[in-house]
Design a protein around this ligand. Structure first.
Ligand code: NAP
Length: 264
């Protein structure tokens, strides 16, 4: 690749939005280039089976769906660049974007489809123990917890899905939720509440993750938001599934955002 490349249209992000944009733009003869970004195919590649994408009555694996979308975009001439943008100058046209591989990309139009990343609890230990018992992806790391006790933090669809998936490996799964009602869809709630291996710990916040890089996670300290009691839970892994934050920091000051950092 040359050190400077010009495109009529650049698309940042290779998740469903980026690839859908690429399919439409390529069919409109805009000769788009799509940048994979740090996670090729986006977050759906870290999920298991997708049951609610129209057109797949038997479900489809996330990675398979994303491969098919990319193939479809390439079929109409979209170019796929395996690189990530590190700096963006949108102050004048053509827009200028520097990449991790040291390439300067310029473009007349830019579509930002950079998606979001897992939100973390904000505890010091979770950074230190990420990959040592702390995870944000059950499909990636679940198999390391065969016959072990694990916890999942969160009460939405992601947390429920992670909890159910982990029952394939773990001997017991605790779902820790900060309220007394799950946010997840009814069907996911039922799967969690009816599962013999899953126990929901209601009204609890994780305030400490115990362990070390040598021993991995050994347990959690939980705070009950109703009784103000503190308790301890022994487990060998914790999966954090409390939602996402938008990957928009590249455009701070350059593009309008809401309070959460989502582009307007
Ligand atoms: P979400 O719906 O925003 O749920 C986040 C959960 O984490 C909530 O239960 C929230 O508690 C809890 N939470 C947030 N911040 C927390 C903190 N600091 N400490 C403790 N708990 C915290 O996020 P999601 O589950 O990732 O789902 C995102 C979207 O994707 C949703 O629209 C969901 O339906 C969809 N999704 C669908 C599927 C599926 O259909 N199979 C699978 C995954 C995701 P509160 O409830 O108290 O706010």
């Amino acid at each position: 690749m040359n050190s400077t490349q010009h495109y009529k249209l650049l698309i940042l992000g290779s998740g469903p939005s980026g690839l859908t944009a690429a399919i439409y733009a390529a069919r409109a003869n805009l000769a788009p280039a799509i940048l994979h970004g740090p996670l090729a195919g986006g977050q759906l590649t870290t999920t298991t089976e997708i049951e609610n994408f129209p057109g797949f009555p038997e479900g489809i694996m996330g990675s398979e769906l994303m491969e098919a979308m990319e193939k479809q975009a390439r079929r109409f001439g979209a170019e796929v660049l395996v690189d990530s943008v590190t700096e963006a100058d949108l102050s004048s046209r053509p827009f200028k974007l520097k990449t991790q591989d040291g390439v300067l990309l310029t473009c007349e139009a830019l579509i930002v489809a950079t998606g979001a990343s897992a939100r973390m609890l904000g505890l010091e230990e979770e950074k230190e123990l990420l990959g040592y018992g702390v995870s944000t992806c059950a499909t990636c790391d679940g198999a390391f917890f065969r016959n072990k006790v694990v916890a999942v933090a969160g009460g939405g669809d992601s947390a429920c899905e992670e909890a159910v998936f982990l029952t394939k490996f773990a001997s017991k799964v605790f779902l820790i939720h900060r309220r007394d009602e799950l946010r997840a869809s009814k069907i996911m709630q039922q799967r969690v509440l009816n599962h013999p291996k899953i126990e929901v710990l209601w009204n609890k916040r994780v305030t400490q993750i115990r362990g070390s890089k040598k021993d991995g996670v050994t347990g959690l300290t939980l705070f009950d938001v109703v009784t103000n009691d503190e308790s301890s839970l022994d487990c060998e892994g914790i999966f954090i599934a409390i939602g996402h934050v938008p990957n928009s920091s590249l455009f701070k000051g350059a593009l309008e955002m809401d309070k959460a950092g989502y582009l307007i």
